[in-house]
Design a binder for this molecule. Sequence first.
Ligand code: TYD
Ligand code: MG
Length: 463
Amino acid sequence: MARAKTQFVCQNCGTVHSRWAGKCDGCGQWNTIVEEDLLGGVGGGPGKMAPKKGRPVTLTTLSGEIEEAPRIATGMGELDRATGGGFVRGSAVLIGGDPGIGKSTLLMQAAAALSRKKQRVIYVSGEEAVAQVRLRAQRLGAADTDVLLAAETNVEDILATLSEGKRPDLVIIDSIQTLWSDSADSAPGTVTQLRTGVQAMIRFAKQTGATMVLVGHVTKEGQIAGPRLVEHMVDAVLYFEGDRGHHYRILRTVKNRFGPTDEIGVFEMSDRGLREVANPSELFLGERNEKAPGAAVFAGMEGTRPVLVEVQALVAPTSLGTPRRAVVGWEPSRLAMVLAVLEAHCGVRLGQHDVYLNIAGGYRITEPAADIAIAAALVSSLAGVALPADRVYFGEVSLSGAVRPVSQTAQRLKEAEKLGFSGAVLPGASADLPKAVGKVSKLESLADLVVQIAGRKLKAPEE
Ligand code: TYD
Ligand code: MG
């Protein structure tokens, strides 16, 4: 029987199918399966070469000398923070984000900063023509630097260009979706092409010690096209995110082989490029209306950095059969859980109410520690009672209605104090409370919080 030379790969999740189908069994997406050449590309199959005899490598122990990874810091504080202290030489970094969010701008600024530090930086643009990139560089005040520019998408040509002359310190590929290689037979933009191109770039980085920064666009589903395939190949994955309606952007670390994850860098957009925001809390609390019901300040943590942000809730009687639940900046399933706990254990009836929840400034909260702040905002809106303006809220809620302490209580309180908050509402069992905090009110259960905010008036008579 002749061996199959092609396979059918889902472009969304990478699942391999034996035949074409309209819908992928792996991820349930429609029209994502594309026929690809089995032999083309790195890792694309067994290849044509005869197996060679292996060569034993020296085994070693876990203890021994450790070399600190050599880094090149850009001098842009927020970017260096997100990468864990600067780009590591010989590593590959993926920067993902929605189209138009500002990835090219960020990297052009980083390239210019490094070039001013006498580093050799090559910017390969596959999406924009040289003139367009020059225009951006002019707008950003980077046109006078020695950043080298190429508009190219062919992998072999890019590698030949990079290998010429002195070894580059930093290479930026903008973007990986435009890469295509002669050695892979699939159409440009397919998983095989993406994988082949990225592998080749990573290999170049490892061989020469240049840092490779790869830009990747995110698809509607929130993943980089050819998603998992690229994420696991690179050393670090950063996402550049933000809301189009808002003027600031967050660089979030989701994977880092050379540093901590969960770090964020915060930038503000301007007509002259991105500006660093050293104290994000001030930005997120900027436009606060302290007397309005339904707003609570959450003391959150992003990696090692505390971030204070306002949670806004609107609870209003519904005119629909099924009330609406709309969330921006938080997980809808988490909201459903908090609502269920409020109903089941605190006597707060929300079945006849629409619930809208918004995190101020387009910020996105990922911590469960926001449960208490969210519940406070909801109850405050329902009761029509504004929360005390000088209070921050944090803590996790469990399904039993109990509240659970969260990590880094001391840092959260310190940041709150720094920004002029004199009190905090937190779980009773919180450890490492600093002595010198103002009014701390400790909760034993979520019902305590409801009573604290709304008195007994929301409680059902039988409770
Ligand atoms: P761009 O960097 O091209 O986004 P991406 O590479 O992620 O697709 O930026 C998109 C647009 O936003 C571009 O027209 C320039 C504009 N922009 C600013 O004017 N100021 C800024 O600070 C940023 C980040 C972008
Ligand atoms: Mg771009």
